[in-house]
Design a protein around this ligand. Sequence first.
Ligand code: NAD
Ligand code: SER
Length: 320
Amino acid sequence: MKKEIKKILVTGASGQIGSELVPILRNKYGDKNVIATDLKIPLDNKLFESGPFHLLDIRNYETIESIIKNYKIDTIIHLAAILSGIGETKPEFCWDVNMTGTVNVLNLAVKFELAKVFIPSSIAVWGPGMPKKAPQDSILQPATMYGVTKVAGELIGDYYVKKFGLDVRGVRYPGIISSETAPGGGTTDYAVAIYYDAVKFNKFICFVSEDTTLPMMYMPDCIKAVLDLLEAPFEKLKHHTNFNLGSMSFNVKQLVESIRKFKPNFEIVYEPDFHQEIADSWPDDVDDSAAREEWNWKPDWDLDSMTQDMLTKLEARLLR
Ligand code: NAD
Ligand code: SER
């Protein structure tokens, strides 16, 4: 029997994706029906003011359990994680947060017979030697601890689908670009910081080289993917936790050219650091035909439309 989404728990809600996803979920499902949680208090009061917010360490099974019971949660969107850059400086910590959190969420979802669980994966599941356009079903040999936890998260999620009949879903997000909340220590963060610095200083020091090419996505498409995949009929899904998700792919030179269409004197300096090796181990692009076929995935944004929107939003906020 199909279980409805009525009460959603969002972990990692104060982060880059959560802080923009929660308001949209509250609009769709009702303010009181979306319980935002994070280890840290959100920078923006909106998450507090528009509905319930709880401090929660995702490694704490009992606290998650009490929130599920108290609010009669039926769906979990599990965003809390340590991303690739910080993960490489603290690999044990990254494993602990990412795996303990995911296993806690899945075990509690089985215990309370939840309707759905959404856990994002990442392009970090791939490692060196992959084809430039990563296939949907392929060998996964990540070179980062973050990537290792994302592969393990996909596999254990799929195991819970088969073993316990739990409805677990997930996409391999590209680098997410957004203007509201700064990203939390990832390798693709340069593609966000470049817009902030273009607006503030008309100059950017980039931690990867100009020909570094990665798959990227603008936040509205990132959010659309969560909503669309959560609503897709389970019977139509052949994949569950690991959908490749394409949108745009560009190198830093092309990103700079796009910004210069709006800010012709924008300057860039390249100072690659440890992030370069991580970026080089990820594919340039992904084949997302499974997502297109199984739940009609189609992105709306391209590089120039995103650049124009990012610069407009950041200028309105940072230069007022
Ligand atoms: P983020 O770093 O901006 O936010 C993650 C949030 O998790 C933070 O607010 C942090 O405080 C919280 N958190 C960390 N440890 C926690 C703990 N022990 N308990 C509870 N909360 C904790 O990350 P994001 O970009 O919003 O990413 C959300 C999810 O999407 C992650 O699973 C990430 O791997 C995935 N993802 C993100 C991107 C991207 O480019 N942003 C790309 C691919 C996948
Ligand atoms: N954007 C993320 C990172 O760079 C990829 O999952 O860590």
